[in-house]
Design a protein around this ligand. Sequence first.
Ligand SMILES: [Zn+2]
Length: 377
Amino acid sequence: MSLTLADARIVTPEGVHEGWLTIEDGRITHVGHGSAPRAGLSVGGRHVVPGFVDLHNHGGAGGSFPTGEQDRARDAVALHRRHGTTTTVGSLVTDSIEGLTRAAASLAELCEEGLLAGLHLEGPYISRARCGAHDPALLREPSPQELAGLIKAGRGHIRMLTIAPELPGALDTIRMAVAEGVIAAIGHSDADYEQTIVGIEAGASVATHLYNAMPPLGHRAPGPVAALLDDERVTVELVNDGVHVHAAMLRLAYEVAGPGRTVLITDAMSATGLGDGDYALGSMRVHVRDGVARLAEGGSIAGSTLTMDVAFRRAVQEVGMSLPDAVQVASLTPARVLGLAGRIGSIAVGKAADLVVLSDSLEVDGVMKDGVWITEP
Ligand SMILES: [Zn+2]
């Protein structure tokens, strides 16, 4: 089966060009400029961008990855696919070791099916002072032995661990995670600048939602934000929903880290795609009002109701990124973090045909995953 998409504005990290592309057996086999050499499906001059890659996502459409319920997780993945996310990492939240073991084992099956690209343990090794929407009663001191058990339960699909480097045992746990192929991410942390650098030296290479759930930038106390932004080894996640981070601070991070070290994430929770109401995030009760998710007790922001198409659109329209930079931060850079950039993350010959067709106002008109339309443009 071969399909040619013609009359496209193809967005790559290098630029935007008018042209066409051919897809065979789920992969991109040709990318050309100008008019297509064969009859194809015209997309009428609309933009075609690579499918989005979301490194940090707790669910949607009523489904919550932390529960480990497979059918509800399928609903969540389907919702995010309709919004252009063709690769999703499922994020768990702080829970008992038994609860995390159960959820990891259940969701590992969805990873094996190709529905999820891996799992992310956001907790339990995080700071009480910065635990946000995580249940403080379930926080634990980092333990390499305990983590080894969770990695085993996830059958190799745990791809990321968020950890506070200042906690006792954290550095050994970071080293152990990295040795096992798990990306160590600094987040939900009360570390100062120096403690953050020590965590990076131990192997941490991602900042979990930079700015959120960590001390702020200060001119005498630069804190984790400066350490994470300043280090070439670290990629920073940003929740670009206009609630978690002001556009000016997002622009600042992106200008320091550049599109090669900045990724947009959703941090989406189960209410995504459903609207306001009362929900759960792990063991915590969450109220969603005007699309903003907050803990019922205390009012901390509790994930988002963001989808990657909105994050992408805001990056261009509110933050001022170029389209080539926006496809990097929404697709290629997160693919690289996962070690998948040889297969996904940009429109290039040999890569999977994971594509999003966008209108002039950057709304999703069509989504393709592995050469198959999720929604036809
Ligand atoms: Zn999260």
